[in-house]
Design a protein around this ligand. Sequence first.
Ligand code: SAM
Length: 210
Amino acid sequence: MEGKNLTRILRVIKSLSIHPSYIPFYLRYSILNKKEPLELALPWISLSAIKFLDNYSIDSKSEILELGGGGSTLYFAKKGAKVTCLESDELWAKKIEVKSKELNISNIDLKILPYNFKKLESFVNSKFFEFIGKNKYDIILIDNYEEKIQLRPKCFYAAEKSIKPGGIIIIDDSWRYPELRENNSAKFFKVFKSIGPCRLGVSSTDIYFY
Ligand SMILES: C[S@@+](CC[C@H](N)C(=O)[O-])C[C@H]1O[C@@H](n2cnc3c(N)ncnc32)[C@H](O)[C@@H]1O
């Protein structure tokens, strides 16, 4: 999240004082851990959002679309869901493939769809973006690669058209997109702000309910 180092440290202290039960996880998976979320088969989102998903009904009937794959792909697939993962980076996709083979996971449809992240107009005309509208899903995770130009808000509004009634849209690093909290067609949304795996600071993941 934004701010100087002192602000970030104070934010971690505050977050851990709100969730003292997260301290062992923070030490093990955020400070001492050298592995990537892919290695851990954990979504690279806030821990409080992971805890919510741990208790959310996800099974072989769940159809999930992921924009940006990694630990989250393995996490959802291990629960038996049918996961369609759109990944823009070929090498990263290879890593996901290798790891899923290692874990004997076969319920992932991994689509490698590179896009130009420097031009919004080019992105919205890409196969990656167009794919969002092709089907309906129970869960859509928006966590795809972007740099200075924000691509995820466009993905969010496209995802709102593809989410089934009763479904959820998860958007990571949600603190970057405050406008979505003001303007969405969800029944309600929850902000999950906490520490998370493989990052030292606090971040936020928002979940929208339809
Ligand atoms: C935040 S990551 C996606 C994380 C994923 N949803 C998860 O929970 O693990 C967003 C994108 O960054 C890129 N990325 C992340 N880590 C990478 C790495 N180590 N090497 C190459 N690309 C990476 C990939 O394109 C990925 O889809």
